[in-house]
Write a protein that binds this ligand. Structure first.
Ligand SMILES: C[S@@+](CC[C@H](N)C(=O)[O-])C[C@H]1O[C@@H](n2cnc3c(N)ncnc32)[C@H](O)[C@@H]1O
Length: 339
């Protein structure tokens, strides 16, 4: 799902560089957010940040909540990646449903406000931003960052300290990014239904692209379809999900690592690939076409093979090099694209 540069709003074009590597978007935070984070991180002790970043990784790997994560470590090592995943998904939602022009958003489990910032890049016409967040430290952080925004909607965002199941705010667009992982698996379906009731038009749920993240997406998908929601993606159909056994549906987005991130993670390469799973549904039926590529394409001397998911289930689509027209047409087809 490479970002289409024509779809980038002027807002983002003036503040960031987005360019492709291996057909994946290399996403960068908006300039005013970047600056606000840099100010927030001023005077951070490098060694402490490294230790806290390690702890944060271990906590999330162990399936623990954000309750005790270090905020500086989150801003440095996680927010750019969750932002990139949300940008990628919202770009795809806008591609599938170009008519969608939300004016209000509810961002649940907002953390530092990642999804709200990303949504305003896709839909600068958003005028009402509500963030729901349970942790007082994140509420304060999200408020501080939002106030630094050049956009009025963010600068005057309503940031509510509450659990997502207590919140009642409704909006055209409801986003839950990387928060279902902090709910018990058995609660994911009900939580999705609750968010659906708050959704005037489109609901987007994004999770880490891990088996744990996908089980929650899968539970949400089943409940939402039963409730009459129309799928926008990543599925190009509403049939039974064909993922079985140890398989899980996920995609990746490539993003640049900041100098601070490289330091904190002792990284040797200046980019990382963030795996994510997602589901987006709408109140209106939207025509879905084709099949989605759900693995990195495989190339050999004679052919390209795409693992695809469609209404007919999972399949391998092989395109022989000697089929020149088809080969040329699919040469740039990437993991996550619809064919
Ligand atoms: C991993 S962070 C994700 C933050 C942000 N959405 C992002 O994508 O960067 C999860 C956030 O959800 C919040 N959270 C966890 N459980 C919650 C709940 N039941 N209601 C509201 N917020 C919750 C946590 O405090 C944390 O800020």
């Amino acid at each position: 799902m490479a970002l289409d540069s024509r779809k980038l709003s002027l807002y983002e074009q003036t503040r960031t560089t987005v360019y492709g590597i291996n057909n994946l978007s290399l996403s960068v935070l908006p300039g005013d957010l970047d600056l606000a984070i840099a100010n927030w991180l001023q005077d951070q002790d490098g060694a402490l940040l490294r230790a806290n970043a390690d702890q944060l990784t271990e906590r999330y790997r162990a399936g623990q909540s954000s309750a005790r994560v270090d905020l500086a470590a989150y801003l440095t090592t996680r927010m750019p990646a969750t932002y990139a995943a949300v940008r990628n998904v919202l770009g795809e939602v806008a591609r599938v449903n170009p008519e969608f022009a939300p004016t209000s958003i509810v961002d649940v489990g907002a953390g530092p406000g990642t999804a709200s910032w990303a949504a305003l890049v896709e839909w600068p016409e958003l005028s009402t931003v509500t963030m729901i967040e349970t942790d007082a430290r994140f509420v304060e952080l999200a408020g501080g960052l939002a106030k630094s925004s050049a956009l009025e909607a963010l600068a005057k965002a309503n940031i509510i300290r509450a659990k997502m199941n207590e919140a009642k705010a409704k909006a055209d667009l409801v986003i839950a990014a990387y928060v279902f992982a902090e709910l018990a698996e058995k609660d994911a379906g009900e939580a999705a239904l609750k968010l659906w009731a708050q959704t005037e038009n489109t609901l987007v749920i994004i999770e880490p692209g891990t088996p744990r993240g996908f089980t929650r997406i899968h539970a949400a998908r089943q409940m939402l379809i039963k409730a009459g929601a129309h799928i926008l993606g990543p599925c190009t159909h509403a049939a039974l999900c064909p993922m079985r056994g140890n398989d899980w549906c996920h995609f990746t987005v490539r993003l640049a690592r900041s100098r601070e991130h490289m330091h904190a993670k002792q990284a040797t390469v200046p980019f990382e690939d963030e795996p994510f799973s997602w589901i987006a549904v709408s109140r209106q039926p939207v025509p879905l076409v084709g099949a989605r590529v759900i693995r990195p394409p495989e190339h050999d001397k004679h052919s390209m093979t795409f693992k695809i998911c469609s209404e007919q289930g999972l399949a391998d689509r092989v395109i022989a090099r000697r089929d020149k027209a088809a080969y040329k047409q699919h040469r740039k087809t990437a993991w996550g694209d619809v064919v």
